[in-house]
Design a protein around this ligand. Structure first.
Ligand code: NAP
Length: 350
């Protein structure tokens, strides 16, 4: 077997960037050469303690040194050294960072907070792995969009229409200045919300409508799915199709008592997941409901980690390392332990 070791860098070491960095450390095929830090805080110290090299803007070198962290070099140097850069900067900053990647002629993976035009392709593994093969700039779509696309692209059937009601978390746990604190906020003022547009950047014009509200929680998003279909399909067949990739996991609240996002995160803790991450869509089996030509269910999506497997998969495509999406799924799932939650669930319930 040919050994691969591609040098990658993470530009933006926040919620998503930290997780991408940890995931890279778990793969055998990619080598993390460093991460960028723009402002000094405890996470720079912890990264160094974990053996991760820190690169900073030239004008910040002294600030980091005076806080006891010796940077390995400048961000410009990090970009020059890497073959592929994960841009996990705050939304809309990636477009500006692209100039740097262009200047150094490097491959770059952007995140869902960037406009689709930043990349050649908007991406979600189960939908369009092959369209990312050999591409220099790819955008991995955001958390809710990934949750929706994993469902739609696992199905053998083509729904005539889809309606998803999204109940969004207000902020990530550390973003304690964001809200709402005690209200339910309209996410988009319109139906469809922007998520439907984002879904279409990956799979084209299909009749998907989304509505989204924001609620005062930090833990996960919840999506209420309604698939309208012409063909006759039994719920068991649907479950089989959705479960194929291990990226969708079924949890029965009757048998497991897991009926909240908090309990799902507790399950991730019990599974020993880094940062309590839940890489899988969690579909509550008891909510699966068929009425005529319409199937509904409720799923939970862990916003901080759901996009991490797709970020790893896409590197195999962009760098032309693997053309077979199933082999890639196997590699990433095994490196990150995707499937572990499924195994745990099968031990404790149906
Ligand atoms: N959080 C989620 O739930 C989620 C889910 C899916 C996708 N996304 C997308 O992922 C991207 C990153 O989001 P996030 O939640 O990880 O943001 P975040 O937690 O705010 O982290 C962004 C990091 O970017 C760094 N940064 C500052 N200026 C930068 C620059 N000029 N270039 C590169 N990095 C810079 C900051 O580093 P310092 O700390 O050193 O200042 C900060 O830690 C966004 O596009 C977002 O839409 C987020």
């Amino acid at each position: 077997m040919v050994e691969i070791s591609v040098k990658v860098a993470v530009n933006g070491y926040g919620t998503i960037g930290k997780r991408i960095a940890d995931a890279i450390l778990k793969t055998g095929d990619f080598k993390l050469i460093g991460v960028s830090k723009y402002s000094f805080d405890y996470s720079a110290i912890l990264a160094v303690k974990k053996g991760i090299k820190i690169f900073v803007p030239r004008e910040k070198i002294e600030e980091f040194r005076s806080n006891g962290v010796e940077p390995e070099g400048t961000i410009d140097y990090l970009i020059e050294e890497a073959e592929l850069i994960y841009d996990a900067s705050p939304g809309k900053q990636g477009v500006k960072n692209k100039e740097l990647y262009l200047k150094h002629g490097k491959f770059a993976v952007f995140q869902g907070g960037e406009p689709p035009e930043v990349a050649e392709v908007s991406y979600s593994t189960l939908c369009n792995y092959t369209s990312a093969i050999g591409r220099k700039y790819v955008r991995v779509v955001s958390c809710n969009t990934t949750g929706i696309l994993r469902i739609l692209c696992s199905l053998n059937i083509k729904p005539t229409s889809v309606f998803v009601t999204i109940v969004r978390r207000a902020s990530d746990p550390r973003e304690d200045t964001r809200g709402p604190v005690n209200s339910i906020l309209l996410d988009s003022y319109t139906i469809p919300s922007h998520h439907a547009r984002d879904v279409k950047t990956v799979i084209g014009e299909i009749p998907v409508t989304t509505a989204s509200v924001v609620v005062p929680t930090t833990l996960m998003h919840v999506q209420v799915f309604q698939l309208n279909i012409d063909q006759s399909i039994q719920l068991d067949d649907l479950v089989e199709q959705l479960g194929k990739s291990n990226r969708v996991v079924f949890v029965d609240p009757y048998y497991t008592d897991i009926d909240t996002t908090g309990k799902i995160l507790e399950l991730a803790r019990d599974a020993g997941r880094t940062r309590n991450d839940v890489y899988e869509n969690i579909v509550f089996t008891s909510t699966l409901y068929k009425q005529g030509g319409s199937i509904s269910f409720i799923q939970a999506i862990h916003q901080e980690s759901i996009v991490i497997p797709e970020n790893i998969d896409v590197a195999y495509a962009m760098l032309n390392l693997e053309t077979d999406v199933f082999r890639v799924l196997e590699k990433t799932n095994s490196a990150l332990g995707v499937g572990l939650i499924k195994d745990l669930i099968s031990m404790v319930g149906k």
